[in-house]
Structure formats: C-alpha cells, structure tokens
Design a protein around this ligand. Sequence first.
Ligand SMILES: [Zn+2]
Length: 434
Amino acid sequence: MNIKSIVIGIVIFIAGGLISSYLLKDYIQDLALGELVGTATLDEKDSSIQVVPDSVLKPKELLNPENKAKNIILLIGDGMSISQISAYRLINGGANSRISLDQFPVTGIVLTHSANGIVTDSASSATAYSTGKKTNNGALGLDEEKKNLENLTETLDKFGFVSSLLATSEITHATPAAFAAHVDLRWKTDEISLQMVNDSIVSTFLAGGRSFFLPEDKGGKRKDGIDLLDQVNSTHILLTNKEEMVNFDLSRKGKLFGLFSGEHLRNIETPDNHSTEPELAQMLDFALKRSEKFIDEGCDGFFIMAEGSQVDWAGHVNNIEYLKREMSDFDSAAEWALEYAKSKGDTLVVVTADHETGGLLIEPPAPTKYEGNEVKISFNTAVGRGTHTGVPVPIYAYGPGSENFTGTLDNTDVYRAILSALDLGDSRSSCVAN
Ligand SMILES: [Zn+2]
C-alpha cells in the first residue's frame, strides 16, 4: 500500500464521518476502508518484532475444591485456540449453533509460552501439563537443565491410578510422549518408544505409529535396528485395527498398545486403511471401559489424556477442510467425555490446547462487505509457512474440582489445578501389573 492510498483513505474516512446521512456515511466509510486495505497484500501487513521484558511467573492461587474428583479425562486439541473452535462452529452448524465444547460450564484462558520462547512447541507445552514445570521447546519430561521431571502418570501411579494415553498422531509424537517419556529432544522417537515400552507405567496406549516400532530393514522408521513391535507382541497386548479394539476381551489385563496405522491416523496417502482406524471418541470409549475394569480390580481412579493431534497439522498446512475434519473428531471426543462425566458424577473433564497454529482469522468476505452469511477464513501465518502462534488458548472444564479452571492460568497452573481436584490420600503400590 502506498502513501497516497493511506492519505486518500484517511481523508475520505473523516469526510464520511462528517456526513449526517447514516447510509451515505457508511457507504463512504466503506469506500475509504476499501482504499485503506484493498491494495495491501499479506506480506504488507503491519508487523513488528517486539522485545518482551523478562518477568517472573507467579503460580495462580488455587481454591481447595469442596468436591474432589475420582477420575480425570484431559483432552488436548493440538494447535486449537478460539479461532479454530469458532471457525468449526460456523462452518459446521452456523453462527447460532453450539458444538460440544460450548456445553462445558467452566471456561478459562491458558498462557502457553515455554521456558525459552514466547511461542511454544507441543513438547514443552505438554511437559507443562504433564509435570507442572516449564521447559525448553523440544524437551519432553525434562527441565531446562535436562533433569528428570516426574510426570502425572508416574505421580498418579503412586496413588493407585491407572493411566491411558490416546492420540491421532503416532504415539511417539510430542503430546503423548510428554506423559510417558523423558527425552531432551522430541525427535528422538526411537528412545521415546523404548521408554514407553520398557519404563512407562501407562497401561493403555492408543494411536498410530507402528512404523516407529519397526526397524528400517523391516519397512519401519527405527534407526537403532530394534524390532520393538516384536517385543511388544510378546510382553504387551498389541492391537493393530479398530475391529480388535471393539471386540477386545476387557478381562485381559496387562499393558496394551493399540497402534492402528504405520504413522498417524487418517493419513490422506493411505485412505484404504481409514476403515480400520478408530476415531478419537472410539479410543476414548475403549480407554474408559478398560479403566473401569482396572478400578473393578483394585485401582482407585483413572487418568486419560486424549489428543486431537492433527488440528495442529491442519494449521501447519493451512487447510480448512482438514481443520474441519479434525475439529469434528475432537469435538465428538469432548462430547463423549462430557456425557460420561455427567453420567458418573465423579470424573473431572478438562479440555484445552497446547498452543494455536496457523494464525487463523475469521473476516468478512471482503473488506467492505459486513452483511450476509459469507465469511473469509484464512491462516495468517501463510501457506507453506504455517507456524504456531503465541495467542492464548481456551480451557474448558466439567465435574468435581472444575472451579479452578477459570480466569487466566499459566499452562503449569493447569497441572496444579488437576492435582487440586483429586483427593489422593496415602501413597500405595501400583495397581497396574508390570
Ligand atoms: Zn505444531
């Protein structure tokens, strides 16, 4: 945009403001806005690099909830902020419609920065949720000095909880990995999967990612040559398709891996496989039933983390159809969790995100066209350059202990708020057979 456009725009805008006829005034001001914005391209948008002052994090003061929860379901929409949720609501059912996330009675705002960056990646944000500590971007379950941080599944195990991790990415991806592994770089998937199999106390892993358990010479992605899938087959229960999950005999105990695809679920390059891959809500249903079985046989409560992993990927590739599909899958899981919690009364459901991805905007279809039911939805971090952004994310809660999930929280406060919702009692031996 040139200086002439700006001057003409401002002059017409002021002139429009002086005209008393309402319609004419609006028309002239619209013309002016058109002049002001019509010629600018995305690259010419007003942008500047701001230096953010150093500051000290003060933990949020939490209430001690009167009613405590027995179980926790934590749903994480990777890359999902208010704009992703709003865009999905609009194109799914209209401006006056409500989606499942809208049914949650308690809402708040979560700040997501990492220990070493204003804009977080999924590993550090998930580590904040899983350990209550900020860490560097890329790190999983380790602090800034790479020291081990006990995660929620390990802590809760000491109090008789059974844990499950669910994702629509490969299971070795950052968000589930932050709840089961301790690795300085999220890309070390060989190490992450080894820790999940050999060290983690999590009873049920459900996601994609078989290739990350197979060595390269067997068509997998492992560089260390280990056939971990073969090991899982002998030491764990291994499920590889939806049918096996649906028909599973829940009396079977032992740690379980459901790895329903080579890499992530619903890969557009493997459409034939999609019929054998479960939706997030179906995995959640399975994890709930399996958790109840563990409780029947001695566990005191359950923790389930379920991630809608690919909302983030839709933002990275700037694809609104992809976003709609993944938001639908995630919102259905949120509905399932909410219905479950309403029927039980003892389960806290928390739904949030790790960060926003794509800089999603909801605009009028043209700068001067504010009327009608058309809306322009665009990713403002641009095609091919889709990045995470530093805007806060929403948090939703339902159930005992939900009162701490209001106002503005740091992502590390979410961990503390989850623990505050539970009456953990005395520590005890693990209820999950090794
Ligand atoms: Zn991402």
